[in-house]
Design a protein around this ligand. Sequence first.
Ligand code: B12
Length: 168
Amino acid sequence: MTIIEDRKHSIPSSPVTTAPEQRLTILLTGTVSDAHTWNLVFLSMLLEEWGHHVVVLSACVPEQEVVDACQRINPDLIVVSSVNGHGYPDGLRLIAAVRELRDRSALPVVIGGKLGIAGDCDATRTHALMAAGYDAVFDDIGDGTMLASLDGFISRLHARPRPPGLPS
Ligand code: B12
């Protein structure tokens, strides 16, 4: 009960009146080895509450599936969630596959969760994830700030004009 109350206070309030031009299409995915799903359920509900359109690929998603979804959906942002402790190697493979899409070179991609086996991802690995192509790394170090940081990151993005024929 206490934990739920603590988390409630650390989550930014929901801008349910997000202006249409600020509404992002977000591709939310787990990583290839990660079977956890409540992280994805939680994040999808939160991002929707913040006013965005969320497409969820679920858990244990092969990199190619993320790449295919990226081509199909043309998201404004990819959010990768990993909590099983293998976020670093999984995350590196995933960002390498996404960054091979030359026409998506400017697509923002972030990763977060419980990224390291010991419960956190050390600074060297965080920098390696950034160097590999992530725009932000949100490691769950238990201080409850990561969701506010994600909110801050997203608020700096603006929905790009969408090519005709793609889902809004
Ligand atoms: C339930 C659970 C399971 C269930 C999952 C069922 C399901 N359908 O999801 C089962 C039993 C299947 C499971 C399996 C395993 N689990 Co497990 N599991 C948990 C448990 C108890 C709760 C996870 C949960 O649902 N939390 C609720 C969701 C809403 O929150 P969350 O996942 O913590 O995510 C939060 C943040 O991390 C953040 N977040 C997550 N992603 C992102 C992304 C971004 C961008 C941002 C900003 C934030 C963010 O937002 C969420 C809300 O705050 C945790 C321990 C715990 N108390 O957290 C262990 C835990 C995650 N599991 C763990 C492990 C090791 C495993 C196994 C490897 C165990 C094993 N030896 O088989 C396997 C993994 C198998 C695999 N292939 O992935 C470890 C991971 C250790 C680590 N990261 O260092 C944990 C932390 C337990 C522990 N303390 O050791 N698990």
